[in-house]
Design a protein around this ligand. Structure first.
Ligand code: ADP
Ligand code: ZN
Length: 433
C-alpha cells in the first residue's frame, strides 16, 4: 500500500519545486540560527538569497561526521535546546559518539517516513510488528517503534537480545513483521530451527531489515530460512534514522523519501556531482529538519540513483543496493575489497554458513587477508584432507570475485560470534601499526 500518495507519486516537476522551497527554508534557518553553518557559507561566499531552486544546492558547502564530532554535542543545534524532545547517538566505533537532536516536528516527520516504508512492505494496522533493533541511543529500535505505532500496527518493543523470549513473543503474540538487522535475522532463524517450534506456529511474513549493508544472496538465505519476504530499510542517525529509504514490492532499488531528505551522488574524491546512474558517494540534505538540519552531509555510502518511475507507481527516486561505505572498504594489496562481496560469495556455497570474520594485517611489508568461515555441521570434519579441499574451494570462489587470494580458515559450527545488532566482520590490524 502507498501511505502518502500525494508525495510518493508526485510528478518530478512538482517534487523539484517542493524540494526547492524547502531547501530555501532550511538554508535560511541554519544561516540565522547556527553559527558554524553561517561561517561555512560566508567562507564559501554563499548567501541564503543565492538559493532559489533545488539546482542551487551545489553552491552549498558539504558537512561531515567530523563536523558533528568537532561541534559535539550541541554545536550544530539550530533551535533553542528547550525545543528538543529527544536525542539519539550513532554507534560510531571510534572517538566521540555523534549526537543528533530532534524537535517534536522532527520526530513526527521521521515517523511519517518510517510509516511509508512499513506500508510499502504490505503491513498495516492488523499486523503485529516485533521491533528487535536495539532500543536506546541507537536510532533503530525507537525509529522502527514510532513508525509502527504511527501505522497503527500492534508494536512489540522487544529490543535486541534474549533470544528465547524473542521466539516466545513471536509465537505467542503472532508477530507478522520482524524489524532487526539482517545479521540478527539470520541468528534468529538459526535459533528458531534449534528451538523445535514448528514453523506453522509462527505467523511471521515480512522482514524489515537494514542498518547494515546486506546482499541479494543474504536476502535469499534469510527468506528461505525464515520463510518470509525480506525488505530493505535504509537510514542513518545524522539524517534521522531508519526510514530514509525503503523497498517497495518491486524490490528494484530502495525508494528515498526525497521530499524530506534530498539525495545527491558525488565523486568521493572531488565532491563533484555525478550524472544519474553513476556509482558514487551518497550525500543528503535534510529538507524539513529543525533541530539539527544537515546540509549536504557526506554519508560515505556508495550507491547510484535511478529517477525512472517505478512499476509500483511511486515516483520517489530509487537508490541501488549499497555496496559498502568508503570507510569500510578495505584496500588489500592494492585491491578494493568490500566485506559484502565476501558475504555474497559465502551465501552461494552449500558447505558454509554466511558467518565470517576477516582479519587483515601486514607481515614483511605484505598485506595478509585471512577469513574465518564457519562450516555447516554436515560438512565439518576432522579429516585434514577434506577440510583442505573445502578451504581451496572457498578461496577460489572468493578470489574470482574480489580479485585477490584469501587465506581461508574453516572453523567449527557456532564458533563465530553472532551479532544482535550491526555485525562486526573485520579486524584491520594495519590501522594500529
Ligand atoms: P554508524 O555510522 O555508527 O554505523 P548509524 O546507525 O547511523 O551509525 O548507521 C548508518 C549507516 O548504516 C549508513 O550510513 C549505512 O552505511 C548503514 N546502513 C543503514 N541501513 C542500511 C541498509 N539498508 N543497507 C546498507 N547499509 C545500511
Ligand atoms: Zn517502487
Amino acid at each position: 500500500m502507498i501511505w502518502n500518495t500525494s508525495v510518493e507519486c508526485m510528478d518530478r516537476e512538482s517534487m523539484r519545486k517542493l524540494q526547492g522551497e524547502r531547501l530555501r527554508n532550511v538554508v535560511e534557518h541554519v544561516y540565522h540560527n547556527c553559527a558554524p553553518y553561517r561561517e561555512r557559507m560566508q567562507q564559501a561566499g554563499v548567501k541564503p538569497s543565492d538559493i532559489q531552486s533545488i539546482d542551487d544546492i551545489v553552491k552549498l558547502p558539504f558537512s561531515s561526521k567530523q563536523d558533528l564530532r568537532d561541534y559535539y554535542p550541541w554545536g550544530l543545534l539550530s533551535v533553542p535546546q528547550s525545543e528538543i524532545v529527544k536525542i539519539h547517538a550513532s554507534s560510531g566505533t571510534t572517538g566521540k559518539p555523534i549526537v543528533m537532536a530532534y524537535t517534536r516536528n522532527d520526530v513526527a516527520n521521521w515517523a511519517e517516513a518510517g510509516t511509508r516504508c512499513l506500508a510499502a512492505y504490505g503491513l498495516g494496522k492488523d499486523d503485529v510488528i516485533q521491533v528487535s533493533y536495539g532500543y536506546g541511543l541507537f536510532t533503530g529500535g525507537l525509529g522502527a517503534h514510532d513508525a509502527s505505532m504511527n501505522l497503527g500496527a500492534t508494536t512489540i518493543p522487544m529490543s535486541a537480545g534474549n533470544t528465547e523470549k524473542q521466539l516466545l513473543m513471536m509465537r505467542d503474540l503472532g508477530a507478522t513483521g520482524l524489524a532487526c538487522t539482517p545479521s540478527y535475522a539470520l541468528y534468529l532463524a538459526e535459533a528458531l530451527e534449534k528451538s523445535g517450534i514448528p514453523r506453522n506456529e509462527i505467523k511471521l511474513k515480512v522482514g524489515i531489515f537494514g542498518a547494515e549493508p546486506w546482499t541479494e544472496e543474504m536476502r535469499k538465505e534469510i527468506e528461505y530460512r525464515l520463510g518470509i519476504k525480506a525488505y530493505d530499510i535504509y537510514g542513518l542517525t545524522e539524517i534521522s534514522g531508519p526510514g530514509v529509504g525503503f523497498e517497495c514490492e518491486c524490490q528494484n532499488g530502495t525508494h528515498l523519501n526525497e521530499d524530506l531528505f534530498f539525495p545527491e551522488i558525488v565523486d568521493p574524491k572531488t565532491g563533484e556531482v555525478l550524472p544519474e546512474g553513476t556509482e558514487g558517494e551518497l550525500v543528503f540534505t535534510t529538507l524539513s529538519k529543525e533541530g539539527m538540519p544537515m546540509i549536504r552531509f557526506r554519508t560515505h555510502d556508495l550507491t547510484h540513483l535511478i529517477y525512472e518511475k517505478c512499476s509500483c507507481g511511486r515516483t520517489l527516486v530509487r537508490m541501488g543496493r549499497i555496496l559498502g561505505r568508503t570507510d569500510d572498504m578495505l584496500i588489500i594489496r592494492g585491491v578494493n575489497v568490500f566485506p559484502s562481496q565476501v558475504e555474497a560469495v559465502l551465501c552461494t556455497l552449500e558447505e558454509v554458513e554466511p558467518h565470517f570474520f576477516i582479519t587483515v594485517d601486514r607481515v614483511n611489508n605484505t598485506d595478509t587477508f585471512d577469513i574465518e568461515v564457519e562450516v555447516k555441521e554436515k560438512y565439518y570434519s576432522d579429516v585434514m584432507s577434506e577440510m583442505e579441499l573445502l578451504r581451496k574451494k572457498i578461496a577460489h570462489a572468493i578470489h574470482s570475485v574480489v580479485g585477490i587470494q584469501p587465506n581461508i580458515k574453516p572453523v567449527a559450527p557456532n564458533t563465530i560470534e553472532r551479532s544482535q545488532g550491526k555485525a562486526k566482520r573485520v579486524n584491520d590490524k594495519r590501522k594500529f601499526k
